[in-house]
Design a protein around this ligand. Sequence first.
Ligand SMILES: [Zn+2]
Length: 201
Amino acid sequence: MLHTRLPVAWVRAGHGIPTVCSRHGLPATLRAHTGFESSPPGWTYATIPLGLFLFFIVRAATRKRVEAPVWHYCDRCRALRRNARAVFGSATAAGVGIMAAGFARHVGDPGILLFSLGLLVAVIGYFGLTRTRLAVIAQGAVTQDGQWVTVARPAAEFAAQVDAAYRQAQAQAQAQAAAVPAVPQASFEEQARQLLREPGR
Ligand SMILES: [Zn+2]
């Protein structure tokens, strides 16, 4: 399955959220609040040539965020996050260190080179760190219309639990519809029949 999706109202209410992790379909060892975000609309990338700062402003203005009070993560999810944080955190720190070393030198070729190298390593480390957010581990994102949280490449167990939640909701809706008595129409017909039976009234 390429992706599965949950209504935003369910995600916000913690309704129909599977009890396994979305990435591996394994039993949860961590229940955590997770903030899902929409990816930037394609056209926003056209603002990059005008400057990264403008891009980040447009990105923030068009971003839709949905807070999930509960989402589940397994041990493998947690290890993945821990390791990625260690690697990219170290890279960011090393990059800043190299920049500082380049800055400490007198202005000259080696200094500029070191500084540029440090900047590159720090930027790579920083973007790597943004990929260790829980929502990215969960492979979840908000759709552009803000109505759904989609999970890309969900584990089969996770998708099955989502399907079960949909079936349950559908059964409930049908039961409620059946429980509503068709009184108004029947009584109207009954009244009409009575009027025909007693024309003098
Ligand atoms: Zn997992």
